[in-house]
Design a protein around this ligand. Structure first.
Ligand code: TXA
Ligand code: MG
Length: 320
C-alpha cells in the first residue's frame, strides 16, 4: 500500500503524532524531501541511520520552526544570528556548538559537540514542525548512495517500507540540498555548497568564507583522507572485540551474555543493533571516566547499523 498522502492539515496532524511516537515521516522541503524523526529521541535517530543504510554515522541536519528554537539548541554568535535572520527560512544550514543543555540526541551530532540547524522554507515542513512541537532530524530521504529525492514518488521507491507516511507537497522547488556553513571557528567555513552562495554569505556578514574540503558526506562520495570530521574521541583508550575486561577497565557490553566487570554499560541486552546505535555515544561518554584505565568493547556484529557502529568504534580506538 502506498504511504504517500496529500499534505493536508489532517494528514500533517497524523504525521506529527507518528513523529511524537518515535516513528519516521518523510516531508517535503524547498531543497529535497527529508527523512524526518524526533531529533531528541535516540531510537528515532538510530532508525533514520538504519533506514538509510548509512555505513558510518554522518551527523544529521536538524530542522527547527524558529530562530528562538534554534537558539535553545545551539550557541549563536552575532554572525550566526545575522545569517539566520537574513536567510531563514531557507536553504542555509548553520553548524554551531551545541548549547550546554542541548536536549538533542548525541547521535544527530555523531557524538560531536556541534549541531547543524536550519529552518526550512517549505510550508508543509514548517506546518509539521509546528504541529509536532519537535526539532526534526532530516537527512535526504534516500537510501545511502542513491540520489536525493525531489518528489514523494522518489521517496516511496527508495524508503517506502521504512516510513510511517510520506507527505506529498509536490516537487521540490530548489532540488539540491542546503548550503552547510560551519561557524565553529572565527572564519565561517563552507562545508557543502547549496542554495545560498558564499558571496551572499560574505555580503551578509562582511567576512570571507573559507571553502573547506567537503566533510565526510559518504553519500556524495567525499569521504576521503583529510576530509573526515573530527569526531568525539574518548580520553581513555578503547579496546575492541574484548571478551572480558581488565580489573580497572570499563566494559561496553552488547547482548545478553556479559562477562563480569566493575563498571558495565550494555548497548543492548537483547542484541538489538538499533538500540545499540541509539546508546553508543552517550554510553561511550559515560564510561570515559578518570578512574578507569580504558574502555573494553565487546564485539558488535557487522550487519545493519552494526557496520556504522563498528566504523565509529574503530575511529574511537585508532591510535592518536
Ligand atoms: O537540504 C537539506 O539540507 C536536506 C533537507 C531535507 O533539509 N537535508 C540534508 O540533511 O541534506 P543531511 O543530514 O543529509 O545533511 C547532512 C550534511 C552532511 O554533509 C554533514 O556532514 C553535514 O550536513 N553536517 C551535519 N551536522 C554537522 C556537524 N555537526 N558538523 C559538520 N557537518 C555537519
Ligand atoms: Mg543526502
Amino acid at each position: 500500500m502506498s504511504k504517500i498522502v496529500p499534505a493536508e492539515d489532517a494528514n500533517i496532524a497524523l504525521a506529527a503524532g507518528a513523529l511524537r511516537r518515535g516513528e519516521l515521516v518523510s516531508f517535503p522541503t524547498e531543497t529535497v524531501y527529508g527523512l524526518g524523526g524526533d531529533a531528541a529521541n535516540d531510537r528515532a535517530v538510530a532508525a533514520i541511520y538504519a533506514a538509510k543504510g548509512r555505513p558510518s554515522f554522518n551527523p544529521l541536519i536538524v530542522h527547527v520552526p524558529s530562530l528562538a528554537a534554534a537558539m535553545e539548541l545551539g550557541a549563536f554568535s552575532d554572525d550566526a544570528q545575522n545569517l539566520a535572520r537574513k536567510f531563514w527560512p531557507g536553504p542555509l544550514t548553520l553548524v554551531v556548538k551545541r548549547s550546554r543543555k542541548c536536549p538533542l540526541s548525541l547521535l544527530v551530532s555523531a557524538g560531536m559537540d556541534s549541531v547543524a540547524l536550519r529552518i526550512p522554507a517549505h510550508p508543509v515542513a514548517r506546518a509539521l514542525l509546528t504541529a509536532s512541537g519537535l526539532a526534526l532530524a532530516g537527512p535526504s530521504a534516500n537510501p545511502s548512495g542513491r540520489i536525493s529525492p525531489t518528489t514523494a514518488a522518489h521517496v516511496e521507491e527508495g524508503l517506502g517500507d521504512k516510513v510511517a507516511m510520506i507527505l506529498d507537497g509536490g516537487p521540490c522547488r530548489i532540488g539540491v540540498e542546503s548550503t552547510v556553513l560551519s561557524l565553529l571557528d572565527e572564519k565561517p567555513a563552507l562545508l557543502r555548497p547549496g542554495g545560498v552562495s558564499p558571496e551572499e554569505i560574505t555580503a551578509a556578514i562582511g567576512k570571507p568564507v573559507e571553502i573547506a574540503a567537503p566533510v565526510g558526506d559518504v553519500e556524495a562520495g567525499l569521504h576521503g583522507p583529510g576530509r573526515l570530521l573530527s569526531h568525539y574521541a574518548p580520553d581513555r583508550p578503547v579496546r575492541l572485540n574484548a571478551m572480558d575486561a581488565e580489573p580497572d577497565e570499563a566494559l561496553l557490553a552488547f547482548g545478553p551474555q556479559v562477562p563480569v566487570a566493575k563498571t558495565v554499560l550494555n548497548l543492548s541486552e537483547s542484541g538489538d543493533l538499533n538500540e545499540a546505535a541509539a546508546n553508543l555515544f552517550a554510553m561511550l561518554r559515560a564510561l570515559d571516566r578518570p578512574e578507569v584505565t580504558g574502555i573494553a568493547v565487546m564485539p558488535i556484529p557487522m550487519s545493519g547499523l552494526g557496520i556504522a557502529i563498528n566504523d565509529r568504534l574503530a575511529r574511537a580506538a585508532a591510535p592518536r
